[in-house]
Design a protein around this ligand. Structure first.
Ligand SMILES: Cc1cc2nc3c(=O)[nH]c(=O)nc-3n(C[C@H](O)[C@H](O)[C@H](O)COP(=O)(O)O)c2cc1C
Length: 187
């Protein structure tokens, strides 16, 4: 089977529109219903919603306190649009850092989960994010684990990576399968 992968010259938010366009095409080709989007503010999820209003979209943001205090980084204007369209906006612990980050922050060293995250980042930040948010969404009961979904992730803002994957729950993490890479930054 031959398939196309779109490689971006640089990582970052400027690739967002192209990723969404490619996801729309691949979704139609494969008949995929569920889309999981990493969207800290909610902005990228609104863009995905505007392009694919018939999809079952889940929007995942950073856990409270990621930037300090107890704050969330969601922006109300985007949350309202997502709420009105019935798109769940999920806030929870990050599956590829979790308490592991608290341990390494306090005692130094690295936990196995952080090594998994580092290994996935060998593809791109976004590939790591796609895996992470799919586990989070599956554990929240927001996506199925018995069929393929499309996940979108990026480098700090927007999205530059999209993959077709079969999700899994935390307890059987290694059953997750990355079946297709739709787009990723090359460097
Ligand atoms: C749970 C979670 C983990 C993330 N981890 C990373 C990361 O490790 N590296 C990175 O560059 N961006 C990370 N991001 C950012 C996303 O990849 C993406 O660029 C961002 O959520 C887009 O948000 P926006 O819609 O506000 O632009 C993460 C986002 C979420 C929600």
């Amino acid at each position: 089977m031959e398939k196309k992968i779109n490689y971006f010259e640089n990582p970052g938010i400027e690739n967002t529109e192209k990723v969404i366009e490619l996801v729309k095409e691949r979704r139609e080709e494969l008949g995929i219903e569920n889309i999981v989007v990493a969207s800290v503010s909610g902005r990228t999820s609104v863009k995905v919603l505007e392009s694919m209003s018939d999809a079952l979209i889940v929007s995942i943001t950073h856990h409270a306190g990621f930037k300090g205090g107890d704050d969330l980084e969601l922006q109300q204007e985007y949350v309202e649009k997502l709420d009105n369209a019935g798109v769940p906006v999920y806030v929870g612990s990050h599956s590829l850092s979790g308490v592991g980050r608290g341990i390494s922050n306090k005692f130094g060293g690295v936990t196995p989960v952080e090594i998994i995250a580092g290994t996935l980042r060998m593809f791109s930040q976004g590939v790591k994010v796609c895996v992470e948010i799919s586990i989070m969404a599956a554990d929240a009961g927001l996506i199925p684990t018995d069929k393929e979904v499309i996940a979108l992730g990026g480098t700090a803002q927007g999205v530059d990576t999209a993959v077709v994957l079969k999700p899994a729950h935390m307890g059987n993490f290694f059953d997750l399968r990355i079946n297709e890479i739709i787009a990723m930054p090359r460097p």
